[in-house]
Design a protein around this ligand. Structure first.
Ligand SMILES: *Cc1c(COP(=O)(O)O)cnc(C)c1O
Length: 462
């Protein structure tokens, strides 16, 4: 029977209740599309309930991504459901809003000559796509330079510290060697003096990370640039920087305004950031911005004429919803610089509070207390061998209360250090973090006693 056949006139039949209908007695089709259509409210109720099995996004302290939005954002997303951002001729206002965002970001990141709305950049699906576009521009420019000099162009490399997976993808998909600089003892990211060993004539660029995924720390972009200046003086190699500011691009301009990491550094040729992380937009938007238009090679930009009008496009995909872009602009207008400063500042304070709690608990050594870079806390077990439990055990315990707090080893060469990381972002409040700290204490107590979980506390009654 099709789901829709279960419907009786409203109010006349117990079967009008979705969960009293035969549908609820059967499993949903999983491997083959059903023959017949069904009523939307019945299907909705089934899927709504199935989705409850997903983790609770608000308790997911592993993600950098937005999990809280104004109702107005939800409304705008709904209104933009049918707007294809690639179709700039049909939806010129959405296209204009995208361009405004690019200009706002270029200005926020201190690009030269952004007057008159002429900043060079684009929206993407996230930082991954934006990073690929930045990497491609680097590769193209390097190749043009090499060809002009009559030199081989078959072995490009890109140099970086502990990168997010998107740079591994860039390297493999676009046939570039990723020269990954290992972490020094005690370091949380690339250290400038390491560069010499890795940079050569085939280096298309250095990636500096503002907000290292594993440690939440900023890499010292200005010092990296200064070291590349020295390398240029000594060897003639002129190596540009792409800043992967996936998270930090929306934090540093508000909380660390004296930190020079952006287009104020001439060597920084492009920057990516995730609108859907600390940019506070809902999932599905990132940004790539170039210092000047000349840094984006023209043959990477395609002109499309079959949507009516001539439309330049630089992107890996084509059709994409416009809602996230509109929501990004909404946040810019809604919060302004003062609002972003306040939102990120409150997150940093909450991180500091949690860091204080974690420090008091006893078995942990703080690696990062949420000050100076991303609003986050990371720590390790002071005595992993003697603790009687691992951070993975603690993650499991916290999971029983719904908290997602990841434990993982640091990248090479610090892989013997296992850390735990909590990200504080918009919507994760002080009270929530206080409850997390309480659950951490309870978990530690259980782990110390070596007893199985206290299931009563977790809300299971038999
Ligand atoms: C999250 C992140 C990325 C990938 O960004 P998406 O928006 O998820 O594609 C890249 N680099 C860094 C440093 C990140 O934190």
């Amino acid at each position: 029977m099709a789901l829709h056949e279960m419907k009786a006139p409203k109010g006349t039949d117990a079967r009008t209740d979705v969960f009293a209908s035969p549908l609820s007695e059967r499993v949903l089709p999983k491997y083959r599309m059903p023959e017949e259509p069904s009523l939307p409210e019945a299907v909705y109720a089934m899927l709504h309930n199935e989705l409850l099995l997903d983790g609770n996004a608000a308790q997911n302290l592993a993600t950098f991504c937005t999990t809280w939005s104004d109702d107005e954002v939800r409304r705008l997303m709904d209104e933009c459901l049918d707007k294809n951002m690639i179709d700039k001729d049909e939806y010129p206002q959405t296209a204009e809003i995208e361009a405004r965002c690019v200009n706002i970001l270029a200005d926020l990141w201190n690009a030269p000559e952004v007057v008159g709305g002429r900043a060079m950049g684009c929206s993407t699906t996230g930082s991954s796509e934006a990073a690929m576009l930045g990497g491609l521009a680097l590769k193209w420019r390097w190749r043009e330079r090499r060809r002009a000099e009559g030199k081989p162009v078959d072995r490009p490399n890109i140099v970086a510290g502990p990168v997010q997976i998107c740079w591994d993808k860039f390297a493999r998909y676009f046939d570039v060697e990723l020269r990954q600089v290992p972490l020094e003892d005690g370091a949380t990211g690339l250290r400038p003096h390491q560069l010499r060993e890795y940079v050569d004539e085939n280096t298309i660029g250095v990636v500096a990370i503002l907000g290292v995924t594993f440690t939440c720390d900023y890499e010292p972009v200005a010092e990296i640039a200064a070291e590349l200046d020295r390398i240029q003086e000594e060897t003639g190699l002129d190596v540009p920087i792409h800043v992967d500011a996936a998270s930090g691009g929306f934090v540093a301009p508000f909380l660390h305004r004296d930190l020079v990491w952006d287009f104020r550094l001439e060597r920084v040729s492009s920057i990516n950031a995730s609108g859907h992380k600390y940019g506070l937009a809902p999932l599905g938007v990132g940004w790539a911005v170039w210092r000047t238009a000349e840094l984006l090679p023209k043959d990477l930009v395609f002109d499309v004429n079959y949507l009516g009008g001539d439309l330049p496009t630089f992107a890996l995909n084509f059709s994409r919803p416009g809602g996230e872009i509109v929501a990004q602009y909404y946040n810019f207008l809604r919060l302004g610089r003062a609002g972003y400063r306040r939102v990120q500042g409150v997150c940093a304070e909450t991180a500091r509070y949690l860091a204080g709690q974690v420090a008091e608990m006893g078995p942990f050594t703080l690696l990062y207390d949420g000050q100076g870079a991303l609003p986050a806390v990371s720590y390790t077990l002071t005595d992993p061998a003697g603790a009687g439990f691992s951070l993975y055990d603690l993650s499991d315990q916290l999971r029983m209360r719904g908290w997602q707090v990841p434990s993982y080893p640091l990248p090479a060469d610090r892989q013997e250090t296992v850390v735990q990381r909590v990200l504080i972002r918009h919507g994760v409040g002080r009270d929530e973090v206080d409850l997390l700290a309480r659950d951490m204490r309870d978990s530690l107590e259980r782990l110390r006693r070596g007893k199985p979980a206290d299931t009563e506390r977790a809300g299971f009654h038999h």
